[in-house]
Ligand binder design. Structure first.
Ligand code: THU
Length: 132
């Protein structure tokens, strides 16, 4: 779990509408940290969450999702932050389903979870994928 890195990611958020900053750090097996932060838009539905941005950044930079070790997500939430349904679907397609995902908040609450727990029986078009 990398709370301080997730906080650094969170500081990059662009949230003029909700003022709710979220940070995600995707940590690779070699120790590399990839940051993601939420980016909002005046056309609200175009907002993109921290988890998704982190994962898309990782792939865009040429890293391999197979090298992901763990993910830490942080927000100023009452309990550990919980990814939205859309992010669960994206995570489910792109990361191994047993990858540790640490849901945290600024108070220090932590809940360790995984795609298997966050999105059981999720949609999967390609039955040949091996990341489950
Ligand atoms: N948000 C995230 O970035 N990740 C989550 O896990 C939950 C919600 C963002 C979307 C929006 O910018 C703000 O939090 C308030 O909903």
């Amino acid at each position: 779990m990398f709370i301080e890195e997730a906080k650094k990611a969170r500081e990059k958020a662009y949230v003029p509408y909700s003022n709710f900053k979220v940070g995600a750090v995707i940590t690779l097996k070699d120790g590399t940290h990839i940051h993601g932060a939420n980016i909002e838009n005046s056309s609200y539905g175009l907002t993109s969450c921290a988890e998704r941005n982190g994962l898309f950044s990782l792939i865009s930079q040429g890293y391999n999702v197979k090298d992901i070790k763990e993910i830490t997500i942080i927000g100023d939430s009452y309990g550990p932050i919980s990814p939205c349904g859309a992010c669960r679907q994206v995570l489910s397609e792109l990361i191994p389903h047993e990858t540790p995902i640490y849901l945290t908040n600024l108070k220090g609450d932590v809940h360790e979870t995984s795609v298997s727990e966050l999105l059981p029986f999720g949609f999967d078009l390609n039955t040949d994928r091996t990341n489950k």
